[in-house]
Design a protein around this ligand. Structure first.
Ligand code: ADP
Length: 283
């Protein structure tokens, strides 16, 4: 599978607020993580790609289809699964009825097929037991998993997941990683996250998005490598380093210039990410 999702010179603004402009990106199969500070434009980009928000300028092509054209957009929506940041789940619906409703919207018309599909996606996120529970009685983590389940309906080739791991406990997060990795073998899974651990553990590719621009695009190890020779462990508080914080062992972890007397540390994805943000952190 080559590049199935292409964005060219994409632009989106809200009134006078420009979120991005002349944005170029392409995706093929795999798990791609979108990492960036709040307000960077991640949700806006994901909403454009999920075809729920119309960009102001530029072009998108997904599986050879143009979402700007109505008929093609309808066809495309059957092939896209979307987890919005705040999935609009109906509190009085049971988990099963909620997913069934989404399956109807996706035009899974055969009742038997739909029932099996609902069971399948609920099982994928470990919600089989909770199928008959009303949404309002589900915990936050369960609701999040229900949101993921509805995105999986119809086995879409392009999954757009806005912060899918929010509210998941460590066990559920591991399970989600396994699911995403499996899906990413032959589908495009694009997700946003604030968790650099998710990126390191799960993504084939990471895009650092900052102020509507691609600040970095590469593998997680390349991102970590960007901080190579820039991460130090020091027993005294540094002065002018780009970022530092005190760790549990009482030493300072420093990202930036080498403080005198410090030792080199193997950088993580988070260290690399901080390089691209260029914001000072003091703790
Ligand atoms: P992120 O997901 O990276 O936090 P968003 O895409 O949500 O970023 O937001 C990008 C920018 O657009 C922010 O400055 C945000 O305040 C602004 N924004 C987002 N949605 C709207 C909206 N509906 N109306 C006006 N401004 C918005």
């Amino acid at each position: 599978m080559g590049e199935t999702v292409k964005v060219r010179e994409l632009g989106k603004r809200y009134g006078a607020k420009k979120v991005f402009e002349f944005l170029d990106l392409s995706f093929g199969a795999g798990v791609i993580g979108l990492l960036g500070p709040n307000g960077a434009g991640k949700t806006t980009l994901l909403r454009c790609l999920a075809t729920v928000l119309r960009p102001d300028s530029g072009r998108m092509e997904i599986f050879g289809l143009d979402p700007a054209r109505r008929a093609q957009r309808t066809e495309l929506r059957r092939r896209i699964g979307y987890l919005p940041q705040n999935p609009g789940l109906y509190p009085h619906f049971t988990a099963q009825a909620m997913v069934d409703y989404v399956a109807r919207l996706k035009e899974v018309t055969d009742r038997r097929v739909r029932r099996e599909e609902v069971q399948r996606v609920l099982a994928e996120v470990d919600l089989t037991e909770a199928a008959g529970t009303r949404v309002r009685k589900l915990s936050g983590g369960m609701r999040q998993r229900l949101g993921i389940a509805q995105a999986l309906v119809g086995d879409p080739q392009f999954l757009v997941l806005d912060e899918p791991t929010v509210g998941l406990d460590p066990g559920q997060r591991m399970r989600f990683r396994a699911l995403a990795a499996r899906l990413g073998q032959d589908r495009t899974v694009l997700l946003s996250t604030h968790q650099t651990e998710d990126i390191a553990a799960l993504c084939d590719r990471v895009i650092v998005f900052d102020e509507g621009r691609v600040a970095f695009d590469g593998t997680p190890s390349e991102l970590a490598g960007a901080a190579s020779g820039r991460v130090w462990s020091s027993d005294t508080q540094p002065g002018t380093a780009q970022a530092f914080w005190r760790t549990a062992d009482g030493r300072y972890r420093v990202v930036g210039e080498r403080p005198p007397g410090s030792t080199a540390v193997v950088p993580t994805v988070e260290d690399g990410y901080l390089q691209f943000l260029g914001t000072g952190v003091r703790a």
